[in-house]
Design a protein around this ligand. Sequence first.
Ligand SMILES: [Zn+2]
Length: 70
Amino acid sequence: MSKPSGNVTPHKHCPVCGISISASKDYCSPEHEQMDENAQKRMRNFRNLTLLLLVVTMVVLVGISLLLRH
Ligand SMILES: [Zn+2]
């Protein structure tokens, strides 16, 4: 029960469309590289916003609990 392996040429997949590309490249085309860059930038902004919202919520919660304790 053994599968023949090791005969696969090293390759990657474009993170945008998933087609096979050569291992030396990260994307199939400059357009897709730009697309992924934009998506990651948007994701980073979203994460920052989520983090900010979390901090604000925590500050508000702490403030309310302090007010209630008073
Ligand atoms: Zn692509």
